[in-house]
Design a protein around this ligand. Structure first.
Ligand SMILES: [Zn+2]
Length: 109
């Protein structure tokens, strides 16, 4: 992201947003205190990875039931979510993908 980026909102929730820069097409996810950036293909891959997480497959007693652990890409940093946060994140990403796919279809017609 540069200072010349002009991000437009693709989806929003209580704790986050997904935006895309109209100039460089970079996609930015802000969720609580985490900020991540993607290109289109990376974002689609990330969304499908998150959407396939089954919260029931995580068992543990982490702080505030944040038992759902997601690798950050940095070996010693793992993000921890509770079930409601995972649901919110899934919806946030899904709504953004629907809008991005709609833009893709419209740009081809
Ligand atoms: Zn930009």
């Amino acid at each position: 992201m540069t200072s010349k980026c002009t991000h437009q909102i693709l989806s929003e929730s209580c704790n986050g947003s997904v935006t895309r820069c109209a100039k460089c097409q970079e996609i930015q996810l802000v969720y609580n205190n985490v900020v991540t950036k993607f290109n289109y293909d990376e974002f689609l891959f990330f969304e499908s990875s998150i959407s396939s997480i089954d919260p029931k497959s995580f068992i543990g007693t982490f702080f505030k039931n944040k038992n759902i652990l997601i690798q950050s890409g940095i070996s010693n940093v793992v993000f921890a979510f509770d079930e409601s946060e995972l649901s919110e994140l899934k919806l946030l990403l899904h709504d953004a993908v629907i809008l991005l796919e709609t833009f893709q279809i419209l740009s081809k017609s």
